[in-house]
Each structure stands twice: as C-alpha cells, then as structure tokens.
Design a protein around this ligand. Structure first.
Ligand SMILES: *Cc1c(COP(=O)(O)O)cnc(C)c1O
Length: 500
C-alpha cells in the first residue's frame, strides 16, 4: 500500500468515536452494548478492507457516516432471528423446508393466547384437581375420525415410534418390503422401527406382497409378533406388476386368528367379514380379546376431508383406516390436516390407554402452543369451515383465479427495467408426503431479466426482506402462485420490484 492508502486508513473513525454517535448510543441502550460494539467493529473492519483495495482518498466525515450506516445494518442482521418469515412462491403448498402448513388465523390466535397466559394444560378446572395434557383434542379427534381414543404427541414419527414401542417392544413387527419407505428429512420406517425396540421382519417382495407372506411370518414365530405395520406410500407410487394386501384384509385375518374355533359360530354381524368396520362391534369385542398382534397404520398425511372435491385423487383418511380395522393409526397435524406440527394416534381405547401410560409419551409430549393451535384447527374441520384452513384454501383455489392473479402481477411488474415477465401454466405436487403422484395445475409468472442469469435473479429475490422463494426452470425464475395467499400478492409484487 502506498502513502496515499496509509493516509486514507488514518481517516477511518475510531471505534470510540463511532460508538459515541447518538444513534448508536440509543441502539446500544435498546439492544445491548455487546451487539452494537460487535457491529461497529465489523463495520470498521469492512471499511478498512475497502480502503485498502481502492486508492481513492476518502473524506473523514463521509467515512464516519458510512461507518454508522454499516453498523446499523450489521446490528440489524445480527439481531435477525434465523426462523425468518418467507414468501413461498414455489407452488408447493405443504413445503417441508418452509414450515409445512401455515396456520389458520383462529389457530395462530389460540396459540398466541395460550402462550401469553396460564392455561389448564394439566388441570381439571371443573373438579379442581390435576388433569392430563393427553386428553386435550381427544373428543374432537374422536368425533372427526370415529376412533375410540386419541393421543397427540410431537409429530407423526413420534406417534409411530410410540405405537410400535407400545405394541411390540422386544417383539417382531411385520412390514411389507414394498412399504419400507423413506419420507425425507431422515424419516425411514425401518430405522424408526429399530429405535422402538421392536424387531423388523420384512415380508413379501418389493413389488408384491401377498396375504400368505404375512401368514407365514406369523406362523413361523408364534407369539413373537407384536404388530403388523402398514405404511401409506406418501411420496411415491408403485405401478406395473404389483400387489399389496389391503388393511381390511389384514384386519380380518388377524381377527380370525384371535378367535378360537368355537367362536366361529358367533353371529356374523358382530365378528364376520365386516365386523371390524363397525366400531361398536369392535369395541365390544375388544374387551374380551387379548390385544396381542396390533394392526398399526402409518397414514402420514392424515387428511380429514375428502380431497376429491379439489380434483385430487382420493387420499385415505384416519376414519377409513379405523373402519378397515386398524388398531392404531398415526398421522401428522401439519400436512393435509393443516394444523401445527403434531403427531396424532387414534384407535382402540385399550391401545390408546397403553400408549398414554408408556413412559416414552413423556419424552414425546406435545406443548400447550401446539395443543391450542391443533384444537382450533380441529374445530374448523368439525364445523366445516375448511376455507379458513390455509392449506385447504390454497389447494382448493381454481386455476382461473391463479391465472388472473398472475396476469395482475405481470402488469404490476411492467415498469421494471429489462424485466420480461410471462404468465405460465404450472403443475406442482401438494408436498409434505401427501397425495403421491398427484399434480395440481396452477399458474404463475416466469421472470427473466437482461444482464442477469436466472440464478442471479433468484438470489436477489431470496435476498429480500422477507425473502421471496421461487424456483428456476428453463433459465427463468418461476413464481408459482398456487402457494401464495391472495393477501400476500401485493407484498410479492413489491418484493420483486425492490429486488430487480
Ligand atoms: C410425513 C410422514 C411421516 C412423518 O410425519 P412427521 O409429522 O413429519 O413426523 C411418517 N409417515 C408417513 C407415511 C408420512 O407421510
């Protein structure tokens, strides 16, 4: 560095001069001195590097102003939470990386209310005695699924772990080779199963599993099998030369094996071919039947509504699984149910009671914020106010509406220099391990800007505040409006204009 550079460095403000600026003093009072000192240090270091690189002689006063502005910016960055709000323009409504289901307003308010004050989490208000946190939401879940009992834990993986541990710790669990799935985010059925303390026994082949495969495994280890696990293939489909055994048929087979020969004379209405699909018959039967082999169904998404009204393929519901004879059904709170992250177990009363008293439940327990939000979401389901649940509202928006919104967005982006915006048709997955193979048609805007690559455009949008998340396809950035709430459209347009 020449003498000129040395002089320039001497023009840099000292840390103490910088920190004595009234604005920074006020910020230090509000946010803590340590944050502002670190930010000021970073700002001075940054300016020093800049001065070393350039050989312009700076003005002392100007440097001080720039150092102050940089300090404010660095301090703001340092204080920024990492769990940032983003605008999801990927088109994927249940986006695992972006927090899955956005909550309904009623659910968010309920969580905020529960968080700000005391709540009767483990307190029986009517009787003035200790209550249980595991009974919240139970009545609602029973009404919505027809189950005898329900239990809420941290997430679906936890619900499955608990179900398997409760039913089969130290024993075997039969799983079809075609259902040994990985959902993503590190969830693999066989690994969860191993952690439950149960032993995996694979049955069938990858593409075909027959009833005889299950029966052979049961016969090979009499009394050793604690559960048969059936897993919903949430994020892939098998086609071609395939076969699987329906839940209903497994339930019937287990029922037949549980009943001694002399009971075959019992009335068919209660125990016969469709006996398991009648919850009353089942609950009566369950009292005298030793619950030896549990039929556990990992349903994943746990859709409580029939999504065929949205033009989507049918997704099995917990009520279907119970009617088909599952003893325990596990599903998520934040997929198609549209609530907070939670794992829900519904099923036979005796199994739910056992799961509730399992010490693992304590480790997997759900907190009051989640329970409050889930309760409010379940109430919306029960009262049929599905359009208030953002996931269902977004999935249900007609393509025509999305196209109109995309047209408006394109018009609003008219003045941005070098920006070419085109309305495009899109197709996206619903996401979050639900509705495997189904694609939702939608619409969005494809952006290209002269002088910038698609990668650069995407990065600038992502660098905004809040960050706008789109996707790149064929050298353009696609902002897919399927996942954008109508109330976010104005913000989205502003973010694009500001970034580009
Ligand atoms: C999504 C999914 C899970 C995991 O659910 P989390 O709530 O994320 O723990 C488990 N099983 C299936 C079949 C799933 O689709």
């Amino acid at each position: 560095m020449g003498a000129e550079g040395e002089t320039a460095l001497r023009a840099l403000p000292s840390l103490s001069v910088l920190l004595a600026r009234p604005l920074l003093e006020r910020l230090a009072e509000r946010h803590g001195r340590a944050v502002i000192v670190a930010a000021a240090q970073a700002a001075v270091d940054e300016l020093r590097e800049e001065l070393r690189a350039e050989s312009v002689a700076p003005n002392r006063a100007e440097l001080l102003v720039r150092a102050e502005a940089l300090t404010v910016r660095r301090a703001r960055e340092a204080r920024r939470t990492t769990l940032r709000r983003v605008v999801n323009a990927t088109g994927v409504v249940i986006h695992t990386n972006l927090g899955r289901a956005p909550l309904a307003r009623a659910a968010a308010l309920a969580a905020a209310r529960a968080g700000r004050g005391y709540v009767a989490l483990e307190y029986d208000v009517a009787r003035g005695v200790r209550g249980s946190r595991y009974t919240h939401c139970e009545r609602l879940l029973r009404e919505l699924t027809g189950a005898e009992g329900a239990l809420v834990v941290n997430n679906c993986a936890a619900a499955l772990l608990l179900a398997l541990n409760t039913a089969a710790e130290g024993r075997a669990v039969l799983v079809s080779r075609g259902e040994m799935i990985e959902i993503g985010g590190g969830f693999r059925v066989h690994e969860i199963l191993a952690k439950s303390g149960a032993r995996l026994v694979e049955v069938g082949a990858t593409n075909k599993t027959h009833m005889a495969d299950y029966v052979r495994a049961l016969d090979a280890t009499p009394g050793e099998v604690g559960a048969i696990l059936k897993v919903h293939r949430s994020n892939f489909v098998q086609t071609g030369f395939v076969a699987e055994v329906e839940l209903r048929d497994l339930a019937e087979m287990l029922d037949r094996r549980k009943r001694p020969e002399d009971e075959t004379a019992a009335p068919a209405a209660a125990t016969g071919a469709t006996g398991r699909s009648d919850p009353v018959a089942r609950s009566e039967g369950s009292a005298e039947r030793a619950p030896d082999v549990a039929l556990v169904h990992d349903l994943g998404s746990g859709c409580l509504t029939d999504v065929r009204s949205f033009g989507l393929p049918r997704e099995p519901t917990p009520a279907d699984a119970l009617a088909d004879g599952a003893d325990l059904v596990a599903f998520s709170g934040d997929k198609l149910l549209g609530g907070p992250q939670a794992g829900i177990l519904v099923g036979r009363k005796d199994w739910i009671a056992r799961a509730r008293s399992n010490p693992l439940t304590r480790a997997l327990r759900v907190d009051k914020l989640t329970l409050a939000a889930l309760e409010a979401t379940l109430q919306l389901h029960l009262s049929g106010r599905l359009d208030e649940i953002p996931v269902l509202d977004l999935i249900g928006r007609p393509v025509r509406e999305l196209r109109e919104a995309a047209e408006r967005l394109r018009t609003e982006l008219g003045g941005v220099p070098g920006l070419e915006a085109e309305v495009v048709e899109t197709e996206t997955r619903v996401g979050g391990g639900s509705l495997p193979g189904a694609l939702l048609p939608g619409a969005g805007v494809a952006l290209r800007q002269t002088g910038r690559t698609a990668g650069e455009v995407e990065e600038r949008l992502r660098g905004g505040s809040p960050p706008l998340i789109g996707r790149i396809a064929e050298d353009r950035v696609i902002l897919d409006l399927r996942s954008v709430a109508p109330s976010e459209l104005a913000l989205l347009a502003r973010l694009v204009r500001r970034a580009l």
